[in-house]
Structure formats: structure tokens, C-alpha cells
Design a protein around this ligand. Structure first.
Ligand SMILES: Nc1ncnc2c1ncn2[C@@H]1O[C@H](COP(=O)(O)OP(=O)(O)O)[C@@H](O)[C@H]1O
Ligand SMILES: O=C(OP(=O)(O)O)[C@H](O)COP(=O)(O)O
Length: 407
């Protein structure tokens, strides 16, 4: 056992020259069908390099997007980006555990790296099930005999009980990769911090279901939730504003999350109204130009709002300047388009300028720091994990971490 406080084995405990199956989180923003480089590649490259240089045969598993969404694509492009970070070849096979995958694994030499196809293209990967059930899947049973060890480096996906994350530790000796180790330690330490002053959480992005659940659990630790993104719209709708698309299948991101969460959101608005700050204006695309509308003046549904308005952004920045600690999960708008970056960038700039303890998390959101010339050193911790880091703040266990501890 290593000296890590986490009570799981790490790469320091792994004998050299083995056949190693490694789970990374390369889930990335997709533009025009292609993955965009982001800090997940840079961080995981360190783990992969260390394993290759120790003479292992390194086989990588990762997921991309969710079935049915535009971001659900092959990992072929991810192999190229990872190879550029590693400055060594990363072979790719369009198969995860079938004959072609197994042939490629068996042909691998020491120090070579192979990436398998998107784990979510296998039926066994999703849905969420107990580790014992996942260990019994064909996916795990077919791959495991070709390896001596399993390494989980995907802290940012560790809140999911999926086959590639919780199944393998039950059937192979399992180790934490360097990203898993450092993110676990940083986020666990942050969760035990105590603050005397105002604690603010900026909540946005697209994964409203993840953040609303956590908001409910963090209600006693956080003084102010500043809402934007899809989660913000769900709260505005629960507050009686005519937002939404009335179950338009094209708007699944919004409507399905409304269906799943409206009871919880309405309950939180009743019980914690003073802690929840909603946008007072929103921005939308008007023939290619940013336009803004007062929330009080919104009178029709079926409009996609892509950012909080300028007045809301300034009001949120004022709250940040008066905070002792600020946690960010999810962007306040579609910051990838400059016209809709106002909310996200105004708030991140305020955090950077304020002498507060700050954490920015999420594969997408942390990317805004580099895109808009902010200095990473002005934040206490920039995590490549989003949902996993906010879950860790609640003190709730992460399925992928627990599986490693049991190994
Ligand atoms: N109102 C909005 N409508 C659609 N997408 C949004 C909106 N606001 C923010 N986003 C998108 O949310 C993404 C981040 O969402 P999410 O995946 O939840 O966070 P992260 O990956 O940072 O944890 C950003 O890429 C941004 O474009
Ligand atoms: O990007 C991820 O999470 P995040 O957006 O909360 O940082 C992880 O890869 C998990 O992906 P998922 O939320 O589709 O399960």
C-alpha cells in the first residue's frame, strides 16, 4: 500500500513491464465532429508517459459524449491529440473488446500505447449498476484476461458506476493513476476546509441534473448559489417564467432535465429562496448578434438563451467580490462563442481579482480560463473534473474511487 491518504494503490506500487489497462477521461468539447484539445489530454499524458517509460504495454479506455447527442463520436481524433501531447505514437482501433481490439492488444510491444474505441459504444458500459454487476459484463470479462493490471486515472468520471470504471477493479489488481491521485487529494482536502465568510457557488453548464442534486446537498455549506446555463433556466421556469420548449425532442438537453428535476427545483426555491440568485436578464442570438432581454419581459417560450445578461453578470461579479470562497461548476453561457462569453468571463475575472479561495471545475468550464487569457495561478485549484469535484464537496463517495479502495 502506498503512503497516499486515499488508501488505494498508486503507480508507485506497480511493478514495471506489465500489460496495463488504463481508464482515462478524454471526454472533450466537440466542434464540427472533432474533439477539441483541452487540459484533460495534457494531464492524462503525464500518466501515460510514465507508464510507457516504465516498459508497460499501455492500453487506454475512455468515453466521449452520451449516446444520442452530437458529442457522441469515435475516439480516433482523440488518439492524435494525445499523441501530440506525448510526442509518441498512440495507435487506435475502432473496437473496444471484440476480435479487432483483442488482436491489437496482443500485438502490442513494451512501451507502446493503444487507444480502444469509445466505451459508451458498448451496451455494457452504461447504465449505472453495482460494481459486482459490471464485473460480470461481457465487456469486462472479455478484456480482463489480456491484462495484468488496471489503472484508473479518470477521477472526473469517477462519480459514474460504469463498467470501465468499477468493473475492472474487481477482477484485476487496480491502481490509481497520477491524475486520479492528485485530483482525489486536492478535492478531498477542499471538502474539509471551513470558511468564516461568504461561500458562493457559481452553477451553470448543461448537466443540470448533476448540479441540482449537489446543490440540494450543499445547501447548508453554501451561502449563495449564482445560477446560469441550463440549470439557471430550470430555476427561472420553476419561478414562473415562460421558458422551455414543451417537450420538443430537439431540446432534449433542456426538457428532459426539466422533467427529471422540477420537483426538486421547486422545493429548493421554496425552502432556500434567500440563497438562490437567478438571472434578471438573459442573452440570445438575434440573427447572428447578441441581444438581451429582461427576464421580467419574457413572454414566450421556444427561445434558446445562450448566456446570462450583462446586468446579471455584473451583479454576480459583485457577489464574488464579497466572498471568502467561490466554487465554479459549469459555465454561465456558451462561452465558446465570444458573444456569449460575457457571464462566464466577467465572473471568472472577478474571481481572479478577488482575494478569495477559488476552485474552477469541469472539462469545459476550465477551458474558458485559457481561452480568455486568464491566469490559472489566480485560482487556488483548477480541476479537470466537474460533476465529480462538486460531488466530492458534499463528502459523498465516488463509485470509481470506492472501487479502487476495495481492490
Ligand atoms: N444556456 C446555455 N445553453 C446551452 N449550453 C450552455 C448554456 N450555458 C452554458 N452552456 C454550455 O455548458 C458547457 C459546460 O457544461 P458542463 O458540461 O455542464 O460543464 P463542465 O464540462 O465544465 O463540467 C459549456 O461548454 C457551455 O457552452
Ligand atoms: O465530462 C465529464 O463530467 P463533467 O462535465 O461534470 O466534468 C465526465 O467525463 C463525465 O461525463 P458524463 O457526465 O457524460 O458522465
Amino acid at each position: 500500500m502506498s503512503t497516499s491518504t486515499a488508501s488505494f494503490d498508486t503507480l508507485d506500487d506497480l511493478d514495471p513491464g506489465q500489460r496495463v489497462l488504463v481508464r482515462l477521461d478524454l471526454n472533450s468539447p466537440i466542434e464540427d465532429g472533432e474533439p477539441q484539445d483541452n487540459r484533460r489530454f495534457e494531464r492524462h499524458a503525464e500518466t501515460v508517459r510514465e507508464l510507457a517509460e516504465a516498459g508497460h504495454r499501455v492500453v487506454l479506455l475512455a468515453h466521449q459524449g452520451r449516446p444520442g447527442r452530437d458529442d457522441f463520436v469515435s475516439l480516433a481524433g482523440h488518439a492524435d491529440i494525445l499523441a501530440a501531447h506525448l510526442d509518441r505514437e498512440v495507435a487506435f482501433v475502432e473496437d473496444t473488446y471484440g476480435e479487432r481490439a483483442v488482436d491489437a492488444i496482443e500485438a502490442l510491444e513494451a512501451e507502446e500505447v493503444l487507444l480502444l474505441e469509445n466505451t459508451r459504444m458498448c451496451e455494457d458500459e452504461l447504465p449505472e449498476e453495482a460494481p459486482e454487476a459490471k464485473a460480470e459484463t461481457e465487456f469486462v470479462r472479455a478484456l480482463a484476461p489480456h491484462f495484468d493490471a488496471y489503472v484508473n486515472d479518470a477521477y472526473s468520471a469517477a462519480h459514474r458506476s460504469h463498467a470501465s470504471l468499477v468493473g475492472f477493479p474487481l477482477v484485476l489488481p487496480a491502481y490509481a493513476g497520477r491524475v486520479m491521485e492528485t485530483e482525489y487529494e486536492a478535492n478531498t482536502a477542499i471538502a474539509s476546509k471551513e470558511f468564516d465568510g461568504r461561500v458562493t457557488m457559481v452553477v451553470g453548464g448543461t448537466k443540470a441534473t448533476d448540479v441540482i442534486d449537489v446543490m440540494d446537498n450543499l445547501g447548508d455549506a453554501v451561502d449563495n448559489f449564482l445560477l446560469g446555463g441550463i440549470a439557471g433556466e430550470l430555476f427561472l421556469r420553476a419561478d414562473g417564467r415562460p421558458l422551455g420548449f414543451d417537450l420538443d425532442p430537439e431540446q432534449d438537453l433542456y426538457d428532459s432535465q426539466w422533467e427529471a428535476n422540477h420537483d426538486l427545483v421547486e422545493g429548493m426555491l421554496t425552502e432556500r429562496r434567500d440563497q438562490i440568485t437567478l438571472a434578471t436578464d438573459l442573452a440570445y442570438d438575434d440573427d447572428g448578434e447578441r441581444a438581451e432581454v429582461d427576464v421580467a419581459d419574457i413572454d414566450e417560450k421556444d427561445v434558446s438563451y445562450l448566456d446570462v445578461g450583462t446586468r446579471t453578470a455584473e451583479a454576480y461579479a459583485d457577489v464574488v467580490r464579497d466572498s471568502e470562497a467561490v466554487f465554479v461548476k459549469g459555465a454561465l453561457g456558451v462561452f465558446e462563442e465570444e458573444a456569449f462569453s460575457v457571464g462566464t468571463v466577467t465572473v471568472l475575472e472577478a474571481i481572479a481579482e478577488t482575494d478569495c479561495f477559488s476552485v474552477v471545475g469541469g472539462g469545459d468550464t476550465s477551458r474558458a480560463i485559457g481561452m480568455y487569457g486568464l491566469n490559472e495561478a489566480d485560482f487556488d485549484h483548477v480541476s479537470i473534473a466537474g460533476g465529480a469535484y462538486i460531488r466530492a464537496l458534499t463528502g459523498q463517495p465516488l463509485a470509481g474511487v470506492e472501487a479502487l479502495k476495495r481492490s
